[in-house]
Design a protein around this ligand. Structure first.
Ligand SMILES: [Mn+2]
Length: 192
């Protein structure tokens, strides 16, 4: 299995701490992608997103629903985060996705770009129901995940599937990044 990852992770202008955090973890034939955006900017936002990433790394083998519920508990008393997680399973040919708040995900396939829906909530404060949805994944498809510091007005098409993940992440962040917010975009492509 070959995993290609491209990412941009930048602080808001005037901040040194980055309030967003992401991780890409390899678990046998599965890849777990997670991105958290701590509320606000600066140190406290960075602390919250770090709590979320540490929880994901320590519990990466859990199904997505208990994984996010565990993040919610771990984040109590922090600033809180919005967050998405995607589990890419090459053997099953699926992406499982769950999102709380405005972290956006797109799955760029051969013939179609799918946009999983995120649900309202803030991990650490308010979490109603975690819904995990299943999407098809073929080797070579891209999973693109970004915080709201990157405007969702960018276009990706099935033609973007061939683009180098780091180049795509850099191009989108350069053209659609918001300087007054932390900017994060992560692009993952897996081949068998
Ligand atoms: Mn943000």
């Amino acid at each position: 299995m070959t995993v290609e990852v491209g990412a941009v992770n930048l602080p808001a202008v005037g901040e040194t701490a980055i309030g967003d955090a992401y991780c890409v973890l390899t678990l046998d034939q599965q890849i777990l992608v997670a991105l958290a955006d701590g509320l606000g900017h600066g140190e406290e936002a960075a602390e919250a997103s770090a709590i979320a990433m540490h929880h994901v790394e320590a519990h990466a083998h859990q199904p997505l629903k208990p994984l996010l519920e565990g993040c919610h508990r771990a984040l109590r008393g922090s600033r809180g985060v919005v967050m998405a997680v995607a589990l890419i399973d090459l053997t099953a040919g699926t992406v499982l996705h769950a999102g709380i708040g405005n972290v956006e995900t797109r799955i760029v396939g051969v013939d179609k770009v799918r946009r999983p829906i995120s649900h309202n909530g803030i991990l650490g404060y308010q979490l109603r129901n975690v819904r995990v949805e299943t999407y098809p994944y073929s080797p070579g498809d891209l999973v693109v995940m970004h915080s709201d510091g990157v405007s969702e007005r960018f276009e990706v098409s099935p033609a973007s599937r061939e683009t180098d993940p780091q180049l795509l992440a850099s191009q989108v962040a350069h053209a659609h990044g918001k300087h007054n917010d932390d900017q994060t975009i992560v692009v993952v492509r897996i081949h068998a």
